[in-house]
Design a protein around this ligand. Structure first.
Ligand code: URP
Ligand code: ZN
Ligand code: ZN
Length: 471
């Protein structure tokens, strides 16, 4: 079935113009004016923007964490993502030391295959680097198309890897064409600060933030950046939350190091005071890195505007307040870290960013889609509106005004951290490879219709490489 999307304002990372889009066999077949309607279902996008589908580079769906499992799985999580205008997610596949990497990848395929309603891919966690892992990596890249590797510098005794592992991963990534991703916080220092806080009887949620100050994020970001420079490799810093980390990224980039930075909606609009909410409600706002003092928000917005930070991930990792977050009622270290964000990622950036004049409309598309596709080896199949690209399209009404609420949200968790926030703009219809997933704000997709995406090596598509690093 052909679809003709008429009268909309097409917005890409570089241009905004009024034109029609012909979709055929799941791809964008033509872009132009007065295209023939013959044999096509006509979709009227008058007064709407047409964006390339959003790409969320940072999700944890059905992920074990702290003795529980994140609430949204590949079904609820991708349905919610689609409602929010996201048509591709890249989820983190956790691995176990001493176990074959393929076992973990198979586990992640099993979780996602019959559930995802939009396309998806995986990053792979690296927790150790030895001869066995070295032997396995080429097939991870060649057979699975997994070209990004995540190293945790925090979560001591759980996920944390040592600096030797990080450095060797950077070296291998350079050799094989991979991109190393880091959760940059100094886990050793955090462990010490946490032990001191607990010994002093400081158990409330706010101590989660106070025991992970911005300095431990800045230090780890700087360390990862230096090691990247030494290995002449490439680095993607996930969930940047503070000025100290932004400064390290900017300085490393000035030296010519290949460093890409991501932030998340929660750090742009929420702050540390939320962790002090009464009746243990602060637990709803426990992330690592934690929410920061308000002044960091301006630094993050400015970093997005100037390209020091280039992408927005949701870090979707949702837990119910009742039954999951409250595992930490008497000890903040037992509060599972993370929150439900996947659905509101794009609207928050549009409403707080574009509508408030902090970033341009084209930057919005770049930050939520195009740059992510280029960084993670999906461009130009994903991340833009061009002939031959997948018809992953968002028809977005820029004028709808609404309040975010758990009551209208499609995520599985029992609260929304942005509850009551007034936003402008909403996706009304969303297409994944030419088929409706969301039509007139209702889910009409098919469970399990999402495809697994094998991704290109980092920088493999040379024509796009230069842009990956530009400020
Ligand atoms: O608090 C967070 N960020 N939870 C998800 C796991 C991670 O560190 O990304
Ligand atoms: Zn993390
Ligand atoms: Zn994360």
């Amino acid at each position: 079935m052909k679809k003709l999307i008429k009268n909309g304002m097409i917005v890409t990372a570089s241009d905004s113009y009024k034109a029609d889009i012909l979709v055929e066999n799941g791809k964008i077949a033509l872009i132009g004016n007065q295209l023939s309607e013959a044999g096509a279902e006509v979709v009227d996008a008058e007064g709407k923007y047409v964006f390339p589908g959003g790409i969320d580079p940072h999700t944890h769906l059905e992920m074990p964490f702290g003795g529980t499992v994140s609430k949204d799985d590949f079904e609820t999580g991708t349905i919610a993502a689609a409602h929010g205008g996201t048509t591709t997610v890249i989820d983190f596949c956790l691995t176990n030391k001493g176990k074959p990497l393929q076992d973990s990848i198979d586990e992640w395929h099993a979780k996602s295959k019959d559930k995802a309603v939009i396309d998806y891919s995986f990053h792979l966690m690296i927790s150790e680097m030895n001869e066995s892992v070295l032997e396995q990596l080429p097939s991870v890249i060649d057979e699975e198309g997994i070209t990004s590797f995540k190293v945790f510098m925090a979560y001591k005794n759980v996920f944390q890897a040592d600096d030797g592992t990080l450095f060797r991963t950077l070296e291998e990534a350079k050799r094989l064409g991979g991109l190393v991703m880091v959760h940059a916080e100094n886990g050793d220092v955090i462990e010490h600060l946490v032990n001191k806080a607990l010994a002093a009887g400081q158990t409330e949620p706010i101590y989660h933030a106070l025991t992970r100050p911005p300095e431990v994020e800045g230090e780890a970001t700087g360390r990862a950046a230096q090691l990247t420079g030494l290995a002449d490799s490439q680095l993607y810093v996930v969930h940047v939350s503070c000025g100290q980390a932004v400064k390290e990224i900017a300085e490393a980039r000035k030296k010519g190091y290949h460093i890409i930075g991501e932030t998340c909606p929660q750090y742009l609009v929420l702050d540390q005071s939320y962790l002090e909410k009464p009746d243990f409600e602060g637990a709803k706002y426990v992330w690592s890195p934690p929410l920061r003092e308000k002044e960091h928000q301006d630094v993050l917005w400015n970093a997005l505007k100037t390209g020091v930070l280039q992408t927005l991930g949701s870090d979707q990792c949702s837990f119910d307040f009742k039954g999951q977050k409250d595992m930490g009622k008497d000890d903040f270290t037992k509060i599972p870290n993370g929150g439900p964000i996947i659905e509101d990622r794009m609207t928050i950036l549009f409403s707080e960013g574009v509508k408030k004049g902090r970033i341009s409309l084209n930057q919005f598309v770049d930050i939520t889609s195009t740059r992510i596709a280029k960084t993670f080896g999906l461009f130009p199949q994903k991340g833009t509106i061009s002939i031959g690209a997948d018809a992953d399209l968002v028809i977005f009404d820029p004028d709808i005004e609404r309040k975010i609420s758990v009551d209208t949200s499609h995520m599985a968790a029992d609260y929304n951290p942005f509850e009551g926030m007034e936003v402008t703009g909403q996706p009304v219809s969303v297409l994944s490879r030419g088929s409706y997933v969301i039509k007139d704000k209702e889910f009409v997709g098919e469970i399990g219709s999402g495809s697994y995406l094998k991704r290109a090596r980092f920088g493999e598509r040379k024509e796009n490489q230069q842009e990956l690093y530009q400020n």
